[in-house]
Ligand binder design. Sequence first.
Ligand SMILES: Nc1nc2c(ncn2[C@@H]2O[C@H](COP(=O)(O)OP(=O)(O)O)[C@@H](O)[C@H]2O)c(=O)[nH]1
Ligand SMILES: [Mg+2]
Length: 146
Amino acid sequence: MKKGKVMLIGPIGSGKSTLTKRLLEDPTPAVKTQALNYMDWIIDTPGEYSENPLFYRSLIATALEARILLIIQDATRHEQFLPPNFAQGFPLIPIGVITKIDHPNADLEKAEKLLRQVLSNHSIYKISSITLLGIPDLKAALLNLI
Ligand SMILES: Nc1nc2c(ncn2[C@@H]2O[C@H](COP(=O)(O)OP(=O)(O)O)[C@@H](O)[C@H]2O)c(=O)[nH]1
Ligand SMILES: [Mg+2]
């Protein structure tokens, strides 16, 4: 029996919807929406919710249905929108994911540093939704926890 869902948070364009498709092995392309998207055991949240503190209340309300908080960091981005230790505000298991590790501009060291600011010492997975590197490991870990 599943005890809760996996809620993805992260800025616009960080790869949340594409990762959702890969985890669910859904071959259809990810489309941009500004609404919460419930797909099987995953809740994909709009990037606006992570970029604008006015939406944090929505994230916290949505978290009631979740067990895992998956915090997405794009390996090609050099900024962190979320405030320090943001994960601590949620009664969920926080897990970090660095996306786009296949990208020529990926800076994994920088991405990990940015992610640690919000996640402290919790687990971080590194994945590519293009080459699928790291996806099976992440999926297995998540299914084991929910
Ligand atoms: N190179 C590369 N591009 C990716 C990866 N994941 C997503 N993208 C691209 O990044 C853009 C934003 O992805 P999307 O999943 O819509 O991000 P979201 O706004 O967080 O849902 C799209 O053009 C994707 O094709 C990845 O692992 N590697
Ligand atoms: Mg999306």
